[in-house]
Design a protein around this ligand. Structure first.
Ligand code: MRU
Length: 352
């Protein structure tokens, strides 16, 4: 069942815009009620935007950081790329430190560094070309993953997704949400559920809004309703993105993914992880080696800016968790699908 996907209908939002002078980022803290772009004029403004979740989602923060390097280059005078590299390194380090878990950030900066070292006198143009390439390749990867992932889903299925993995989290179309878009367009997916994804509410504020823009019927559930849903037969696949995929197939993704995967396995449902190869980190052997970002506990102490918790209460706010490979049925990348991932099947597709 193949069908051309109408990307103009299923991919309308762009979170990152390069104007030639500045990087404009759609302020995701204000969605869905205000669509405002913030203009970043230097790399430190981009680093702050990544840290504060103006821009978020693993591929999107890599792309934003790449454009941040282009902005940093404006403050540097050098005769060629090799001379510019050490001068730009402090800005790259500050971008890299903005968030620790998603490997796409370090991956994009490594690409920018490599492009710089190869560049001659036109090193600024080379950096801009590389940033544009990272963005364009991400969009193409998402479209390919949409086809590959949707092909795994039997017609008439229901899916549950977590966090936001759509156009807002990528160069466009999305990873897990791209598979859902493709599956709906092809008539394979009949029911879409998205959970709220507390505490930042990426599912409630972003995912169901994106699906609404497409005219895709979706139902929001409380995070705590997921097991009840998975038991009742309406959902056959849990489809999620990733922030880092290890050499043994362990996956770091938004907090709550692990419990969804446990519940899916218990109820005989399948788990699909959808991520570009820029999220695969073969240098990290297993999930234990991943740094899990912990954000301000204040994110847990209130809802929509109003405090809900008594003064003096302590809170812990890890924002990612690791799902062991054993709980994952398929990892979908633009390079192909890894079924029942383990170290051997990961190495077969991604090498050393
Ligand atoms: O904290 P966030 O919103 O950046 O977390 C995003 C996620 O965990 C996504 O699932 C992941 O980055 C994949 S996005 C295509």
């Amino acid at each position: 069942m193949t069908q051309t996907i109408d990307y103009a209908r299923y991919d309308r939002i762009r979170p990152i815009r390069w104007t030639g002078q500045a990087l404009e980022l759609l302020d995701q803290r204000r969605l869905p009620f205000a669509e405002e772009y913030i203009a970043c004029g230097d790399s430190d403004a981009v680093a702050a935007a990544i840290r504060e979740l103006v821009v978020r989602g693993a591929p999107a923060i890599g792309i934003a950081a790449a454009w941040g390097v282009v902005l940093a280059a404006r403050a540097v005078e050098a005769k060629d790329g090799a001379a510019a590299a050490p001068l730009l390194e402090p800005a790259l380090q500050r971008l890299n430190a903005a968030r620790p878990t998603a490997v796409n950030l370090a991956w994009a900066l490594a690409r920018m560094r490599a492009a710089l070292l190869l560049a001659g006198g036109d090193w600024r143009i080379a950096l801009e070309r590389e940033a544009r390439g990272i963005e364009t390749e991400d969009l193409a990867a998402n479209r390919r993953m949409g086809e590959l992932g949707a092909a795994l889903i039997a017609p008439g299925s229901g899916v549950l997704t977590h966090c936001n993995t759509g156009s807002l989290a990528t160069a466009g179309f999305g990873t897990a949400l791209g598979v859902i878009r493709a599956g709906v367009a092809q008539g394979r997916i009949g029911r879409v559920f998205a959970d709220e994804t507390r505490p930042w509410m990426q599912g409630a504020r972003l995912t169901v809004w994106e699906l609404q823009q497409d005219g895709i019927d979706a139902t929001l559930i409380a995070d705590a309703a997921a097991s009840h849903l998975l038991r009742n037969g309406e959902v056959q696949w849990v489809v999620v993105g990733a922030d880092r995929i290890c050499a043994n197939g362990d996956v770091a993704n938004k907090i709550g993914t692990y419990q969804l995967a446990i519940s899916a396995r218990f109820h005989g449902k399948k788990v699909m992880v959808v991520a570009p190869s820029s999220t695969v980190d073969m240098a990290t052997p297993s999930g234990e080696a991943i740094e899990i970002e912990e954000r301000d506990p204040a994110e847990l102490l209130g809802v929509a800016g109003s405090r809900t918790v008594a003064d003096g209460v302590r809170a812990w706010n890890p924002v990612f968790d690791v799902t062991p490979a054993a709980l994952i049925d398929a990892i979908v990348t633009e390079k192909g699908v890894v079924d029942r991932p383990d170290e051997a099947s990961m190495r077969a597709l991604f090498g050393a």
